[in-house]
Design a protein around this ligand. Structure first.
Ligand code: KG4
Length: 345
C-alpha cells in the first residue's frame, strides 16, 4: 500500500493506493480561496498553508483508512515551488522513519502522465496490466498552469517528450487573458464560464505556431493580441463583449492544443492506441470535446483524467509510484531532494 503526499503548489493532498483495490482514500486541502484574493499563488503563503495542513490531513487519513498496511511513502519532489515541495518531502521522510518504510520521490508531471489510467484500475493488477497493454503506445497531452506538452508512453512504459511550450503554458495564457479581461483568478474556469455565452468566431486571435510539422506550442502571441484588442475597445464595450472576447480567446488557445495533437497523431501514422488528456486545463469541457473528436477520427479510445485528478492531487502521485516502473526508482531514500525545475523525461 502506497501513502502519497503532494504539495508542489497550492493544494495539500494525501492519498492511499492499494494495488489490489485501487485508490482507497484521497484527502485534499485547497488554497484557491486564499490565493484568489492576491490574483495568483503567493509562494510564501502556500508554504505556510502546507505546513499547517499536512498534519491534520494525515491525522484524518490515518483515522479513516489506517496506516497499518502502508509499505511505501511516495512524495512529489518536483517540479513545483521549492519551499512547498520541501514541506511535503520533509513530511514524507518523517513518515517513512516513523512507519519504518521506504520513501520514493515522484515527478509531478509523471503523475499527470499516469492520471488518465487511474480509472482503468478497478479489478486488481492483472486486469489493469491487460487493459494497459491494449492502450500502449499512448499519446498524451498535459495542459496545466505551468506546463503544456505532448508525450508518448511506449509499450514498455518509456516516456518521450514530443513537444512543449516555447513561452507560456496554456493555463498560464488563460489566467493572463482572464486578468486582462478583469475576470479574476484562476482564469481558465472564469473564461470558460463567459465563453459559454459568447461567439468563438467574434474575434480573430492567432493560433500559435502554424507549421504542421512543428509540434511545439506558443501562447505569447494570442495574449498580446488580446491586449491590443482590449486597447482598441472602450471599457464599456469590453464589458459588453466579455462573452465574445472570452469565447474567441479560449477558442484560439484550444485550437492550438487540438491542432498540435492532431499533427502528433498524424505523425504517429496509426501507431498510437489511445489519447490522454491531463492537467488543470483538462477540466475545460470544450477541450475535452475537441480531443474526443481527434481520438474518434483515429478510432482510438480517449482517456481524459477524471476532474478530481486533473489539478494537483496525491491520487496520481500514489498511482504513478506504483505504475511508473521506469521513473520512480530513480529518486528515493532519505537523501531525497527537491527538484523545483525537473522536466518530464
Ligand atoms: O494542473 P494545475 O492545477 O496547475 C499546475 O499545477 O500548473 O492547473 C491549473 C490551471 C490554471 O491555469 C487554471 O486556469 C486551469 O488549470 N484551469 C482551466 C479550467 N480549470 C482549471 N482552464 C480552462 N478551463 C477550465 N475549466
Amino acid at each position: 500500500m502506497i501513502l502519497a503526499l503532494e504539495s508542489s503548489c497550492d493544494e495539500t493532498a494525501v492519498a492511499i493506493f492499494d494495488p489490489l483495490r485501487g485508490l482507497t482514500g484521497e484527502w485534499v486541502h485547497s488554497q484557491i480561496a486564499l490565493h484568489e484574493r492576491h490574483g495568483g499563488v503567493v509562494p510564501d503563503l502556500a508554504t505556510r498553508e502546507h505546513l499547517r495542513h499536512f498534519a491534520p490531513l494525515l491525522t484524518r487519513a490515518r483515522a479513516e483508512a489506517g496506516f497499518d498496511g502502508v509499505t511505501q511513502i511516495a512524495v512529489t519532489n518536483g517540479p513545483g515551488l521549492a519551499a512547498c515541495l520541501a514541506i511535503g518531502v520533509a513530511a514524507a521522510k518523517s513518515l517513512a522513519l516513523a512507519l519504518k518504510v521506504p520513501v520514493v520521490g515522484v515527478n509531478h508531471l509523471r503523475g499527470h502522465v499516469w492520471s488518465p489510467f487511474i480509472e482503468l484500475h478497478t479489478k486488481g493488477p492483472a486486469e489493469f496490466e491487460a487493459r494497459l497493454a491494449e492502450l500502449l503506445p499512448h499519446l498524451g497531452l498535459i495542459v496545466s498552469g505551468g506546463n503544456t506538452l505532448l508525450f508518448t508512453l511506449s509499450a514498455d512504459r518509456r516516456i518521450t517528450v514530443l513537444s512543449s511550450t516555447r513561452d507560456d503554458a496554456a493555463g498560464e495564457a488563460l489566467d493572463k487573458g482572464a486578468k486582462l479581461l478583469g475576470l479574476g483568478y484562476p482564469g481558465g474556469p472564469l473564461i470558460e464560464q463567459q465563453a459559454r455565452k459568447g461567439r468563438p468566431d467574434a474575434f480573430d486571435f492567432p493560433r500559435g505556431i502554424g507549421r504542421r510539422d512543428e509540434l511545439d506550442f506558443s501562447f505569447s502571441g494570442v495574449k498580446t493580441s488580446l491586449r491590443y484588442q482590449i486597447e482598441k475597445l472602450a471599457p464599456a464595450e469590453v464589458q459588453a463583449r466579455l462573452p465574445d472576447l472570452s469565447a474567441s480567446y479560449q477558442q484560439a488557445v484550444l485550437d492550438a492544443l487540438a491542432r498540435k495533437t492532431r499533427a502528433a497523431l498524424a505523425q504517429g501514422a496509426g501507431s498510437f492506441r489511445s489519447l490522454g488528456l491531463s492537467g488543470g486545463v483538462a477540466n475545460n469541457q470544450a477541450l475535452r470535446t475537441a480531443l474526443a473528436g481527434e481520438a474518434k477520427r483515429h478510432r482510438i479510445p480517449f482517456l481524459p483524467a477524471q476532474p478530481k485528478h486533473t489539478g494537483d492531487n496525491a491520487g496520481m502521485i500514489a498511482f504513478a509510484a506504483w505504475a511508473d516502473i521506469t521513473g520512480t526508482e530513480r529518486s528515493s531514500g532519505l537523501g531525497l531532494r527537491v527538484e523545483p525545475s525537473a522536466g518530464l523525461a
